[in-house]
Design a protein around this ligand. Sequence first.
Ligand code: SF4
Length: 347
Amino acid sequence: MSKSILEYSVADLEHLFVSYKQPKFRAKQVYEWLHKHRVTSYDQMTNIPKALRDLLEADFPLGKPAIVDRQVSSDGSRKYVLRYSDGSLVETVGLPSFDKNEQIKRLTVCFSTQVGCAMECAFCATGKEGFTRNLTALEMVDQINVVETDFDCRVTNVVAMGQGEPFLNYDELMKALRILNSPDSFNIGARHITISTCGIFSGIEKLSDEPEQFTLAISLHAATQDLRNGLMPRVSNQPLRQLKKVLGDYIRKTNRRVTFEYLLIKDINDQEEDLSALVSFCKNILCHVNLLPMNSIDGSDLQPSNQETCNHWLSVLEKNGIEATMRKSRGSDIAGACGQLKNKQAQ
Ligand code: SF4
């Protein structure tokens, strides 16, 4: 994969411009257009000569994605279907949190790392469409740019939890996260950048060697092997017992807490024995559990657990000394589950 122009430092650009026989001072100007002004076309670089803009366009096309659908939920979240230049579609979600004056105090973007997904999770609309291709770092960053522009508000948090398994596109993901984290660019603090994975061991191990304090979230959804195999068939080769060991090593090495995501699905993974299995899985792991009633998806019989069950799970986890939060399901009025809006677009 060729390097994205956004990965170039000023010194890298100076080097490049020497090879273009262009003055070095243009490097800082181009860098600022890209990172400070976040332009999506070289034509917006008004103080850069056309000849240099043409060279850059030929070698590093910026190609902004088109918004082909945009839905606004009554809770303020916005879901977008974006189309890249090759026709690929992905979903991106902007999730604002408001202060008491109804001003946005936090804007989180849930972005996609792949077009489609190979993981086939039973509760996910994207899993039903299969894998098409990996996204480049630039294509990931473009999603954050789209949301920031649309809300006209700085993005404060990002989570790689849209379409795709982030650790199956590790290198491009890391490039994107570093751009988002860079003080010269989006300047989003590493702890406000979350990677949500099904639990790919190799990715967890590599992440433990990275210097940044990115947050690791594991889509757990079941703490017994047979149930998890049914819900997440493609990680049956990454068994829970070993996952616990890999996470133990990760925590020892990084001193960082891990988040477990657990979608509560009525009569499937919300029984008393499932709760006991989760409590026992969390023992001796520095973790936080995010419970979330699932969003219903078209063509699936799976339904969210009821409120009483959700409250019971939260209280049992807390009684067992496990930090837990009940997340509100957001955007259910705009095809809230991952992949649903895009699938509607593709119909
Ligand atoms: S939940 Fe995530 S990993 Fe699983 S199929 Fe959907 S997009 Fe892929």
